[in-house]
Design a protein around this ligand. Structure first.
Ligand SMILES: [Zn+2]
Length: 197
């Protein structure tokens, strides 16, 4: 898998759907800028290998919206591994967009409504919310470090991440942890998986 960060700062994303953001982001991706994340070959002569479809779930204009997006896979000729290209608002192995999950968590902390009502509004199970919450607290601690994590409340940290986290921070998290922020399961990009990201 190749995560592409820093595209959004080049795009005008105002009033765009998550699907339109995805399409625009993929238009400006230059695969030649990216090394192979398996063999670290810095300038592979990437070959388009295949594509697959996955869901992208977003919250837009007060409604949960599900899109189907096409993910392109490239093959590294040096090691033969294939890599899916994922822009920054997608979370590997999750259908929900990063802004969707962050928005749900913000509402969980700030809105005076029951968890059941909140989950009903977003069309998610209560268990899903609690799983995201637990993952968020774990990754917050990894991101900030123990001391700063203790000082920074979850809602303050969330407010710094919305409407979208800084790409430098997302990239830093991915580079150090070898998995993405709010990616569950902690499958690194070197882990063989039968399910596409
Ligand atoms: Zn390679």
């Amino acid at each position: 898998m190749i995560r592409v960060f820093g595209l959004f700062c080049k795009l005008n994303l105002i009033n765009l759907s998550a699907h339109e953001v995805f399409l625009r982001a993929m238009l400006v991706v230059n695969i030649l800028d990216h090394p192979c994340s398996f063999c670290s070959c810095t300038h592979p002569d990437w070959q388009k290998h295949a594509s697959y479809e996955r869901y992208l779930i977003s919250f837009e204009h007060g409604h949960t919206v599900t899109y189907v997006v096409t993910i392109t896979r490239y093959k590294c000729p040096s090691c033969g591994h294939t890599h899916a290209i994922l822009p920054e608002h997608l979370i590997p192995y999750s259908s929900y967009s990063l802004p969707f999950i962050l928005t749900v968590l913000r509402d969980y902390y700030t809105r005076p409504i029951t968890v059941e009502k909140l989950c009903s509004e977003y069309g998610i199970a209560v268990s899903t919310l609690y799983a995201w919450h637990s993952l968020f607290l774990t990754h917050k601690k990894l991101w900030l470090g123990l001391l700063e994590d203790y000082i920074s409340s979850p809602d303050t940290f969330l407010s710094e991440l919305l409407p979208f986290p800084s790409w430098q921070l997302l990239n830093g998290f991915f580079t150090s942890m070898r998995y993405s922020f709010l990616q569950s399961g902690h499958y690194s990009f070197r882990t063989a998986r039968s399910v596409p990201p």
